[in-house]
Write a protein that binds this ligand. Structure first.
Ligand code: NDP
Length: 234
């Protein structure tokens, strides 16, 4: 039976590839956007994940159309890089609010539906940087590391109701977020990746889809790297 799937930030980039993968498998897929609208064939709901009321309204809209959300992919995220001594509190807080607190907000709302369904899958999109750290990315790395504790707490709280919570930690993926990197920096990063290339968005989507599949029913609290070997050892 088609499931109700919601992907935050599913209007572009990795989120869109994830949404398309679920759609191709026959699920009913909704994506959040912040004004761009949704690509053809996907239900778009306007939602900024930093605003609890917008999160509630978005879920209500999705559930009126597709039924209770059974698969949540918390993918929306931003970077706002800067070295520690030059970072201001607002810059630090903004990234934590979008990436970590935003994921908490959507997971909390999703959990109430999943508890009623007595099943559910929550997948958080973290980053290799959350595990290894990144110079100039204290805010981003902290937000992405926080997702691991968030997921594992949810895994413990809700496991008895057949709800799983897992983390996917991509390395470098070709999207708008990495397009802004200088060529020299890209070369330097490529030299550290055993597979010698960036990931495609579809390669991240495949792992997310697997985590939401029957084959992964016994996987919870896991952190799965999709990073070409960049973070080996974490
Ligand atoms: P993009 O910059 O291409 O897209 C980011 C998405 O997040 C957009 O849909 C954007 O919406 C949405 N978004 C940002 N802030 C908010 C917010 N406050 N409320 C709702 N939606 C928001 O990023 P990617 O596709 O590259 O990244 C997706 C996820 O994967 C992020 O969490 C990122 O940290 C993570 N990631 C990316 C990697 C990469 O190499 N690209 C590597 C590792 C992790 P809008 O269109 O409205 O701006």
């Amino acid at each position: 039976m088609a499931r109700s799937v919601l992907v935050t930030g599913g209007n572009r980039g990795i989120g869109l590839a994830i949404a398309r993968a679920f759609q191709a498998a026959g699920d009913n897929v909704a994506v959040t956007h912040r004004g761009s609208g949704a690509p053809e064939g996907l239900l778009g709901v306007r939602c900024d994940v930093t605003d609890t009321e917008q999160v509630t309204a978005a879920f209500d809209e999705v559930e009126a159309a597709h039924g209770r959300v059974e698969v949540l992919v918390a993918n929306a995220g931003i970077t706002d890089d800067g070295l520690l001594l030059r970072m201001d509190d607002e810059q630090f807080g903004r990234v934590i609010d979008a990436n970590l607190a935003g994921s908490y907000r959507v997971a909390k709302r999703a959990a109430s539906s999943m508890l009623r369904l007595r099943r559910g899958r929550i997948v958080f999109i973290s980053s290799v940087v959350g595990l290894s750290g990144g110079a100039g990315q204290a805010n981003y790395a902290a937000s992405k590391a926080g997702l691991v504790g968030l997921a594992r707490s949810i895994a413990r709280e809700l496991g008895s109701r057949s709800i799983t919570a897992n983390v996917v930690a991509p390395g470098f993926v070709t999207t708008d977020m990495t397009d802004v990197l200088e060529e020299d920096r890209k070369k330097e990063i490529l030299g550290q990746i055993p597979l010698g290339r960036f990931a495609s968005t579809d390669e991240v989507a495949g792992t997310v889809q697997w985590l939401a599949s029957d084959a992964a029913a016994y996987v919870t609290g896991a952190v799965i790297p999709v990073d070409g070997g960049l973070g080996m050892g974490h």
